[in-house]
Every structure is written in C-alpha cells, then in structure tokens.
Design a protein around this ligand. Structure first.
Ligand code: F6P
Length: 359
C-alpha cells in the first residue's frame, strides 16, 4: 500500500504534525508514503514525490509551514498556463494528474487542505481516485468540523498583537485599527478581539455602519477612555457595500482581499477627529509553532486519515466533533462556508461585554 500526501492552499501551523502522524501511522501498518511537492506540482513539473518514512518526519511536529511546500495556484482543473503572447489561461490537467498517480503506484491520496483543496480532492475522488481529506485553515471556515488545526495558533498570534497595541494606543490616545485574516468568516477577529478586549469587532457576517463604530469611540471618549482598539476581518463589509480587494484573481487564483482596515481607519479619523492608525497583521497569523491544541488535533487528524484509508472510507474528511475525531462525507463539506452563527454564545458574550459590531 502506498499513500500519497498533498498539502494545498495557504499553509497553517500544524501541517507538519499531520504529515508526521500520517507517515508514522502508515509505517506502523507496513505501508509506504509519498509526499507530493507543492500541492500537486510535484506530479507535473518533474520535481516528483518525496519518499517519506520515519526518518523524514523526525522532529517536525512543532514546525510551522509544510515540509512538502504548498501553493494556492495548483488546481489541476484550472491549471494556469502562459501562452506565447504572455496571456494566462486555465486548462484542465486532471487527466495528466490521474495518470501520474497511476505511474507512481499510488493507492490512495490524503489531501490536506481548506475549502479549495478539499473541493479539488472531491473532484478527483469522483474521477475514481481513492481520497481522504484532512481539513486545514487558519480561518476555521470549513464546515463539518468544530475546528481545524492552525486556527488556535492564529488566534493566539492575533491576541498577542492586540495586547501589545493596547499600551501604545492608550499612551497616545489613539484609535488602532487592526486588519486580521478571515475572507468569508470572522472567527479569528471574533475570538482574538474578545480575548484581547477590543472595543469594536467587524466581521463579514455582520455588515457594519461606520457611524455606529464612530459613535462607540465617541462614547468611550465621553467616559474618559481616549483610546480604542478596532479589529477588522479582511472580509468585513459595510452595510450595502462590498469586500475590499487588493487585487483581482488571475488565472487559477483567488481574489486577494485587503485594505478594509485602512478604509475603516480613515473614516474613523474623519468622523471622530481622533488620531487613528491602522495595521495589517497578515501572514504573521499563518506562521510559527502550532499551539499544543493544534499539534494534538493535527496529529489526531493525520492518524485518523490513515485509519480511514485502511477502512476504505474514501470520499470522506476527518473532522473534530469534540471529544471525538470522526468522519464526514466530502460532498457535505465542499461549496459551503462555516460562518459565525449570529445567535452564538460567543457573539452574545461580546455584546454583553460592550463590544460593538458596528450594527
Ligand atoms: O485561507 C486562509 C487565508 O489566510 C485567508 O484568510 C487569506 O485571505 C488568504 O489565506 C491569503 O492567502 P495568500 O496571501 O497566500 O494568497
């Protein structure tokens, strides 16, 4: 039995722990593992696959990134190809990929990825490839699982940054606006914002009115608190408005979000007259060593994925349904986004703590 492992999409702390657990669990059964480089690129560009055994995964549980590399430009169904005139078009190269799997003697694929990579995995499974998915995203927006590895680490990084901004905001009587990741879901902004005592949290699930944000800040001023921390998820939208894009998607890519934090800061400055600064925490949220929780979840996911292969549970994704690691059909996962439920206890807690969502 020879299992291929692929890591696709943006990286998340804990990927290496998944890889280690897959390899050691497979080794325990006398199976072999092959790590595909950079998503599926290794099967296209000749860089090939890495034979992974216990020696290759030693000492990587605590490391961020992925020893296999990853890419968010590696969709075999939408492969970007540059034409002689310089333009880039998308091509379906899934047939070549399936042929490469056969050539490499791969019996099953464990695909570790977020919504995009899991959708690709599902398409490959429908074409006959035995696939098990492992959910990965710092955004925590994959449905069917309570949480994903990498999310807690990202929240810890964001919380630490917000804590640090408090003292400088207070020292200068300033408003600090911090843009955090979260394309479609505001989990990182919500969890870190509450934990770090933000005054305003803007998330994609709750369109905001900038007047109400300004009013919250004026309110603080009136009660002698002359500084404020405003947390904005990159996918947050004003009422009736649109997400702010840094750049439009090229062939085989996703749109790049970014800039809403600066826009919110500019408007707060205009409306309140207060000195306002903004920063984007960006990819810091994806880096570093996974927290203990994320390591353990990643190790459990990797090990459970191999058990799913052993039981022939293809077309499924391992998932966390506390306290159990379980499986859900990939068909129930893809094309959907796990957003923050507006009636959740976490949102209610934030409101009771006096945090404004700008609504
Ligand atoms: O999907 C996770 C994520 O962190 C999003 O929140 C963010 O928009 C995206 O990755 C950015 O990815 P990249 O800069 O790698 O294109």
């Amino acid at each position: 039995m020879r299992i291929a492992i692929s890591t696709g999409g943006g990286d998340a702390p804990g990927l290496n722990a998944v890889i280690r657990a897959v390899v050691l669990t497979a080794h325990d059964r006398g199976w072999q593992c092959a790590g595909i480089r950079r998503g599926f690129h290794g099967l296209y560009d000749g860089s090939g696959v890495l034979t992974l055994g216990p020696d290759q995964v030693r000492g990587i549980t605590h490391l961020g990134g992925t020893i296999l590399g990853t890419t968010n430009r590696g969709n075999p169904f939408r492969w970007p190809e540059t034409l002689p005139d310089g333009s880039v078009v998308e091509r379906d190269r899934s047939g070549e990929l399936l042929a490469a799997f056969r050539r490499e003697g791969i019996d099953a694929l464990i695909s570790i990825g977020g919504d995009g990579s899991l959708a690709i995995a599902t398409q490959l499974w429908r074409l006959g490839l035995p696939v098990v998915g492992v959910p990965k995203t710092i955004d925590n927006d994959v449905v069917g699982t309570e949480t994903t590895f990498g999310f807690e680490t990202a929240v810890a990084t964001a919380t630490d940054a917000l804590d640090k901004l408090h003292s400088t905001a207070e020292a200068h009587d300033r408003v600090m606006v911090v843009e955090l990741m979260g394309r479609h879901a505001g989990w990182i902004a919500l969890h870190s914002g509450i934990s770090a005592t933000a005054d305003v949290i803007l998330i994609p699930e709750i369109p905001f009115d900038i007047e109400l944000v300004a009013e919250k800040i004026r309110d603080r001023d009136r009660t002698g608190k002359h500084f404020a921390i405003v947390v904005v998820a990159e996918g947050a939208v004003p009422v009736g408005g649109d997400v702010v894009l840094r750049s439009r998607a090229g062939a085989g890519e996703n749109d790049r979000l970014g800039g809403i934090g600066q826009q919110v800061a500019d408007r707060i400055g205009e409306l309140t007259g207060k000195e306002t600064r903004s920063l984007v925490l960006g990819h810091l949220q994806r880096g570093g060593s996974p927290t203990t929780f994320d390591r353990l979840l990643a190790l459990r996911f990797g090990s459970a994925a191999v058990r799913a292969v052993a039981e022939g549970a293809f077309g499924t994704m391992v998932a966390y349904d506390p306290p159990t690691v379980t499986r859900v059909p990939l068909d129930e996962v893809i094309g959907r986004t796990k957003t923050v439920p507006l009636d959740s206890g976490v949102i209610m807690t934030a409101r009771h703590l006096g945090i404004s969502f700008g609504d």
